[in-house]
Ligand binder design. Sequence first.
Ligand SMILES: *[C@@H]1O[C@H](CO)[C@@H](O)[C@H](O)[C@H]1NC(C)=O
Ligand SMILES: *[C@@H]1O[C@H](CO)[C@@H](O)[C@H](O)[C@H]1NC(C)=O
Ligand SMILES: *[C@@H]1O[C@H](CO)[C@@H](O)[C@H](O)[C@H]1NC(C)=O
Ligand SMILES: *[C@@H]1O[C@H](CO)[C@@H](O)[C@H](O)[C@H]1NC(C)=O
Ligand SMILES: *[C@@H]1O[C@H](CO)[C@@H](O)[C@H](O)[C@H]1NC(C)=O
Ligand SMILES: *[C@@H]1O[C@H](CO)[C@@H](O)[C@H](O)[C@H]1NC(C)=O
Ligand SMILES: *[C@@H]1O[C@H](CO)[C@@H](O)[C@H](O)[C@H]1NC(C)=O
Ligand SMILES: *[C@@H]1O[C@H](CO)[C@@H](O)[C@H](O)[C@H]1NC(C)=O
Ligand SMILES: CC(=O)N[C@H]1CO[C@H](CO)[C@@H](O)[C@@H]1O
Length: 542
Amino acid sequence: MRLTSYIPSFLWLAASGFADFPPLLDATLDELRHGLDSGAFTSVDLVAAYIARIREVNDQLHAVVEINPDAVQIATTLDEDLRWPGTHRGPLHGIPILVKDNIATNDEMNNTAGSYALVGAKVPEDSTVVAKLRKAGAVILGKANLSQWASFRGLNMSQGWSAYGGQTCGAYFEGQNPSGSSSGSAVASSLGLAWASLGTETGGSIIHPSHLNNLAGIKPTVGLTSRYLVVPITLRQDTVGPLARTVKDAAALLNAIAGPDAKDNYTGAIPWDEPPDYVAACREDGLQGMRIGITRQIMNYSDPSGGPAVSVFDEAIDVLKSLGAEIIDNITFSNYDLVDEALAAAAVVCGLEFLDQLPTAYLDLLKFNPHKITSLLQLRDYTQSEPQEQYPEIGTASWDNILAMNVSIQDPSYWSNRSLLDEWLGPKGYTGAFDEHSLDAVVLPSAWAFMIPSFLGWPVVSVPLGAAPDDSPVEPNELGTMNVTGPNQPFGLGFTGKAWSEEKLIGMACAFEAKTNVRRKIKPLIQPVTELRDVVNTQLEL
Ligand SMILES: *[C@@H]1O[C@H](CO)[C@@H](O)[C@H](O)[C@H]1NC(C)=O
Ligand SMILES: *[C@@H]1O[C@H](CO)[C@@H](O)[C@H](O)[C@H]1NC(C)=O
Ligand SMILES: *[C@@H]1O[C@H](CO)[C@@H](O)[C@H](O)[C@H]1NC(C)=O
Ligand SMILES: *[C@@H]1O[C@H](CO)[C@@H](O)[C@H](O)[C@H]1NC(C)=O
Ligand SMILES: *[C@@H]1O[C@H](CO)[C@@H](O)[C@H](O)[C@H]1NC(C)=O
Ligand SMILES: *[C@@H]1O[C@H](CO)[C@@H](O)[C@H](O)[C@H]1NC(C)=O
Ligand SMILES: *[C@@H]1O[C@H](CO)[C@@H](O)[C@H](O)[C@H]1NC(C)=O
Ligand SMILES: *[C@@H]1O[C@H](CO)[C@@H](O)[C@H](O)[C@H]1NC(C)=O
Ligand SMILES: CC(=O)N[C@H]1CO[C@H](CO)[C@@H](O)[C@@H]1O
């Protein structure tokens, strides 16, 4: 790792007296806040400990692509501010956070989406979510690896692989598929390589890796969090959200990044003037009186990672009932049978939106564009000819399919596909089921919970539900590059609701989490050992 050049070789890390050092694998925001505010440790200590932890495991797990060379300096300033009255910026003051490598920071770090095409590119300013985090006092510790282009490049790309960042690996069993595309964000947050992380989701990219890495993840309503200077797939579905170790911590991170932004007009649809407090929404009685539907039809789609969850799903439903929820089981919707046509239409719609928006929502905004790539065609040419992009072993089929259509988003076929999709989602579909049964939420194993909400822009919250038993079979992915199932594989429960229903969903997930406390029962096979006690009051060589 390229650390030695910019961090002084010896740092004198001072701290006061007795310390209550929370174990970093599970440290919550409340625990870190208490330690910082009481002077037990400093933000610089946290940065030092997390960097040491990253260095311990990153050669094996490739969760982090770049570390912020300014992190220690930023933490030093924030530590000084904490000593003066009136400069406390709130819950995230001095807290280190990682962001997925498709969310731009206007600093020494690159924003690559995992591609050499963007290494060295410069953005005009921070992405809005990062600007909000800095204002809230967070330390942007580094960039997390991802499935390249948020999984939108080849059809034979391992999840968690990118040309620039290598292959991210999960830590719960040997060769664990980390899921994607927020792979590094998930692995890093789960192992305590930072307090928490930001990911992005277009179709499962926060919820699925949260589920497989024993995390609480929130995929916000599209428009609740700004996508300005985030590498897009489609603005109709993309959203930025937190991956954290508790629902309450994910809610605290959502509080910091949510809100309107003139640079992302989808945020203009936010339906309130005073923002909700998602931390306050985290309540142990959050399931009381909630009407929760179960749409088992959707579980006919094969996902090996969901397999172990199926056997305990009915027990989870009993827990929901015991906490006061009313369950409406086996809800069906009449047009579900059109699912295959709808998914095919969604692929066309999404592809044409990427073709249109990759330039307008990102490439055209760059202040410096090293390879002058401004279209998907140019990106494909670059990717196929740059050896580091590993073409043709890793293909470009997702792009080939779009370009082969030889149409733009203006073509009537875009709208005919779009209306087929919208109709499938409508009164005779998932939306209709919500209205007909007056549902507050639908609950499914997280492996399936995200699918239909992704097309609707609706929110999902995933919470740990269990882990596969010791005698579980190990199954490789189709490429033989990673294992998709194995003993100790974590899995999650997903709560989904209508647009802007995050408060309710967070309440439900918090109630379930408080009762079951699953995360702490599941331990990663690989974990770093550096703790705060190793860096506080010591001369630490970084
Ligand atoms: C960003 O990329 C440039 C160009 O390759 C490199 O010199 C620099 O070290 C990278 N930044 C970080 C923080 O790794
Ligand atoms: C998958 O797990 C098996 C052990 O069960 C191991 O031998 C194999 O190396 C793992 N695969 C990868 C890609 O690490
Ligand atoms: C955002 O603005 C673009 C044009 O700049 C427009 O095409 C689009 O419909 C707007 N979206 C929303 C959600 O208002
Ligand atoms: C729902 O369907 C399952 C089988 O898929 C069945 O075992 C269960 O009894 C049904 N529950 C209700 C409430 O109808
Ligand atoms: C799921 O069920 C629908 C119809 O009920 C069917 O069209 C679809 O092919 C099924 N999917 C799988 C993967 O079995
Ligand atoms: C991946 O797909 C491309 C075609 O898109 C093909 O050329 C390449 O051989 C495939 N790689 C593997 C490892 O199957
Ligand atoms: C379709 O292909 C033709 C010939 O290659 C090209 O000139 C045209 O720009 C393409 N149109 C679109 C919308 O991609
Ligand atoms: C979707 O778009 C494709 C490609 O343009 C077109 O061939 C197909 O007919 C469209 N499907 C629908 C349902 O409109
Ligand atoms: C920070 C870090 O460890 N970066 C690594 C990410 O993965 C690439 C490819 O394996 C390495 O070259 C980087 O050093």
